[in-house]
Each structure stands twice: as structure tokens, then as C-alpha cells.
Design a protein around this ligand. Structure first.
Ligand SMILES: Cc1cc2nc3c(=O)[nH]c(=O)nc-3n(C[C@H](O)[C@H](O)[C@H](O)COP(=O)(O)OP(=O)(O)OC[C@H]3O[C@@H](n4cnc5c(N)ncnc54)[C@H](O)[C@@H]3O)c2cc1C
Length: 429
């Protein structure tokens, strides 16, 4: 089979791959995007049915196209996928769907890479890995081996009807865990929610969404995680028009909050005695954002409505004052566990020198330690916003600029080469 050649091969056509293609197109860099499934597939088939964006439509988008929705609405996941398809059509992105990249290796003794795919072999001077920040579901080693329990990761959860009758333990209280727990409780399930360290910004404060606040306060642009926050998740939701994640409210509505899941032993799950500390940490994060917002309003003399009720906390629910430290799963009627415990990445197909000894991508702002290999869409690639829709677009621009600059060096010809090239061109008559 003939080998197809291009300058830059982008692997993956989620938001990161589409953004890459837009910037490469603007810079006239010949490229092809290979996507094993459909454009923005993860939004279609790897998220639960009722998921809506965590940020409002005016915010969670690329600069070049608005959602066909109220700017303050939280659009549904299918609409997000449709948006990226429409976006790709807008500039005729050279995306080939249904093509899986199996192996990328550096060419020996000549530049570029050989890329083996389900649709033949490609050669490219550069490759951009845009295969996602959240690729492989992680289920911690404490998960019990117990055939009586249905255990799934949040990436496999679709809706309450998918689970057998009975109570559910949801492990992990980031945005996925809290939204799934709330949906199950609303569907009439008894729910236990295992809560770790989290941030929980107010959905909105003094008339502005938290996405706006994090933007004007410079938090989306933070270049690195604050030390000690590596295991802190963020609990936000756009469900039902958007609401603040308030763990006390969830508990008063019927969810039993528990601390971090510690171990399973003979059908009994134990929890760390850290629930109160985790809730207090989340409260402190919530109040700190209100303080920062108030200070910003005062400093800039903004006319935004006062909202003193935002500082009122509900009384502590019983599960917070007297935390459950052990639960006999059968006695509590728990038939399912949902692990909302995050994701990792899988680059086994990318067989180049771009990883550290733990297998993590080694890069500076997406430019990897293997010349010609780039990453886009990874957490904290350049800033806190890097995995999000609006952030990845800016990161893709930086990488496309780097590629265009490298092409300029590669195209340079010295005086002798220029003379030779001129002599080879037949003179015009
Ligand atoms: C539950 C959830 C909710 C989220 N909500 C929001 C939100 O509201 N707002 C927001 O800004 N962000 C949100 N995010 C974060 C982020 O926007 C998404 O994770 C987004 O899918 C990341 O886009 P991506 O293009 O980087 O990666 P992905 O969407 O993962 O795209 C990677 C693509 O690469 C393809 N691929 C992988 N391997 C190969 C291969 N070997 N060959 C060919 N193709 C391959 C995959 O099929 C996939 O289509 C959310 C994330 C999750 C998990």
C-alpha cells in the first residue's frame, strides 16, 4: 500500500484536534487529523446521558463560533459534539474519521515519523498527540472483588435505569461524582457519596458565573497548581440551569456523605475520618472566592448586586456531625459502586522518546522532549484552563506557531542552494 505523506499529523479529533487543525490551516501547514471514531466522540459515547456543560455557553466555546443557545445556558453534551462537528466543517478541516493510529515511530537516518494506522501507513515531519486528557478510567486498587456488586467507572455510567435495584455508593465527589450521586438520589435511590478534598466555587455570585470570576481573577491562567492541591478536585455543575455544589444541601436532601473510601473487607467498606475536614476545606475555598470577588468589585468600583445570603451555610447534617466510618454493604442494600475517580492517559502507541520514567509526557508547553512530537489538551499544559474548551484553543495556537517556526528553519536554503535551485528553473521566454 502507498505511504501517504503530510507535514503534520494530528491524532485525535476532539476539541484539541479541531483547534489544532484550525490554527495549522490558518498558517498554511499541510496536515491531516486522524480520528479513530467520530469528531468529539467522547462527548457522545463516554459521558452520561444527562450531562450538560459545566460552564455557560458564552464561556465554554472557541472564539470563532457561538453556540446556538442562550449565552448563559449550559448546553447538553450532544450539542457540544455537534458544535465541534460544525466548527470543523466551517474551515473544511482535513479530518479522517474511523482511522485508528496504532503505532508512531521516529524514522531512522532521515527526518520525520512513520505512523501505522488502521487505514495504512503515513509519514509526517511532525505528530501532535491530541488524544485527550481523560482517556483511561482509573479505578483504585481498593475496589473489592465481589460478584454481588455492579462496579462501573463514571465514564461507563449512563443513567439510573442502568443500575440494578438498590442503594449506590458513589466514590469521588468531583463534578462527575456529585452530579451522578444527585441524579441517582432524585431517581429515588439511596446514595452514599464518598467525599475527598475538593474546591467548590459558587455557581454564581453577585450576578456573575464562577467562570467569569475565575477569568477576571486570573485563576484560569494560573501557570501551575498550588503546592498541595494535586489531589484536590473541583465540584461544579451546570445541571438544572446550574447550581452551587453544596454538600450540606445534598445531605439534607437524602444523600449520606462519607469520608474518603479506605478499604473493603468481607463485605464491609470503611471510610477515612476526614469528611468534616474535606467539607471545611471546600467551604474555605467557596468563601475565599466570595472574598476575592468582593475585593475585585470594590477595587474596580463595579455596580454588582450585593448577595449576603451567599455566605449563609445550612446546618450540619447528621452524617457530617456523626460520620459513618464503616458500612456493611449487604445490610445497607448497596448493589452498585460507581467509581468517579478520574482518568489517566495511554500513549502506548506513541513509541518515541517523549516520556519520563513514569511514562508521563515530558514537554514544555506542549513541545515534547522528542523533536517533532507535540501534546495538546493535557492538564496544565500551559495553564489551569488547558483541558477546557476555551483553554485548549489557545494552547493549540502556541503549538501551531511553534510548528510554523520550525518549518521556516527547515525551508531555509543557503546561497549555494538558492543559486542551484534558480539554475534548475528554466528561464522565462
Ligand atoms: C465528564 C466530563 C465533563 C466535562 N465537561 C466540560 C465542560 O463542561 N467544559 C469544558 O470546557 N470541559 C469539560 N470537560 C473537559 C474536556 O473538555 C473534555 O475532557 C474533552 O473531551 C477533552 O477534549 P480533547 O480533544 O482534549 O480530548 P478527547 O475529547 O478525549 O478527544 C480525543 C480524541 O482522540 C481520539 N483518539 C484516541 N486515541 C486515538 C488513536 N490511537 N487514533 C486515533 N484517534 C484516537 C478519541 O477517539 C477522541 O475522539 C469535561 C470532561 C469530562 C470527563
Amino acid at each position: 500500500m502507498a505511504i501517504e505523506k503530510t507535514d503534520t499529523l494530528v491524532i485525535g479529533a476532539g476539541q484539541a484536534g479541531v483547534a489544532m487543525s484550525e490554527h495549522l490551516s490558518k498558517l498554511d501547514v499541510p496536515h491531516i487529523v486522524l480520528e479513530r471514531s467520530r469528531i468529539a466522540e467522547r462527548w457522545r459515547s463516554e459521558r452520561w446521558d444527562s450531562l450538560v456543560c459545566n460552564g455557560p455557553a458564552w464561556h465554554d466555546r472557541f472564539p470563532g463560533l457561538a453556540f446556538d443557545a442562550d449565552p448563559d445556558a449550559f448546553v447538553a453534551k450532544e450539542q457540544v459534539a455537534d458544535y465541534f462537528e460544525a466548527y470543523a466543517r466551517k474551515f473544511n478541516a482535513p479530518i479522517r474519521t474511523g482511522v485508528e493510529v496504532k503505532k508512531v515511530t521516529r524514522n531512522l537516518g532521515r527526518p520525520g515519523f512513520t505512523v501505522e494506522t488502521s487505514a495504512g501507513v503515513f509519514e509526517a515531519a511532525r505528530v501532535v498527540a491530541a488524544t485527550g486528557p481523560f482517556q483511561k478510567p482509573v479505578i483504585p486498587a481498593v475496589a473489592p472483588r465481589d460478584d454481588r456488586l455492579l462496579q462501573i467507572h463514571s465514564a461507563q455510567y449512563r443513567n439510573p435505569a442502568q443500575l440494578p435495584a438498590g442503594a449506590v455508593l458513589v466514590v469521588g465527589a468531583g463534578s462527575s461524582g456529585v452530579q451522578i450521586a444527585d441524579e441517582l438520589r432524585r431517581a429515588g435511590r439511596k446514595v452514599y457519596l464518598s467525599v475527598g478534598a475538593h474546591d467548590r466555587p459558587p455557581r454564581a455570585y453577585r450576578g456573575r458565573d464562577f467562570c467569569w470570576w475565575l477569568g477576571v481573577l486570573g485563576e484560569w491562567d494560573a501557570a501551575a497548581m498550588k503546592p498541595g492541591t494535586e489531589h484536590v478536585t473541583i465540584a461544579v455543575s451546570g445541571a438544572r440551569g446550574g447550581e452551587t455544589i453544596d454538600f450540606r444541601r445534598l445531605a439534607h436532601e437524602g444523600i449520606t456523605l462519607v469520608g474518603m473510601t479506605k478499604a473493603f473487607d468481607s463485605g464491609v467498606v470503611s471510610f477515612q475520618p476526614d469528611l468534616a475536614a474535606n467539607i471545611a476545606r471546600g467551604d474555605a475555598n467557596y468563601l475565599a472566592l466570595l472574598d476575592a470577588a468582593d475585593a475585585y468589585i470594590a477595587r474596580n468600583g463595579l455596580d454588582l448586586p450585593q448577595e449576603p445570603e451567599a455566605r449563609r451555610m445550612l446546618p450540619d447534617p447528621d452524617c457530617l456531625s456523626n460520620p459513618v466510618l464503616e458500612l456493611d454493604l449487604a445490610a445497607a442494600g448497596v448493589s452498585s459502586i460507581i467509581w468517579a475517580t478520574g482518568f489517566t492517559q495511554d500513549y502506548s502507541w506513541l513509541q518515541v522518546n517523549a516520556f519520563d520514567d513514569k511514562g508521563k509526557p515530558q514537554h514544555q508547553r506542549g513541545v515534547s522532549s522528542e523533536p517533532g512530537v507535540y501534546f495538546v489538551g493535557l492538564p496544565w499544559l500551559t495553564r489551569r484552563g488547558s483541558t477546557f474548551i476555551w483553554g485548549v484553543w489557545h494552547d493549540a495556537k502556541l503549538i501551531a506557531d511553534h510548528i510554523a517556526t520550525q518549518r521556516k528553519y527547515a525551508a531555509y536554503r543557503d546561497a549555494g542552494q538558492r543559486a542551484q535551485a534558480a539554475a534548475a528553473v528554466p528561464a522565462e521566454v
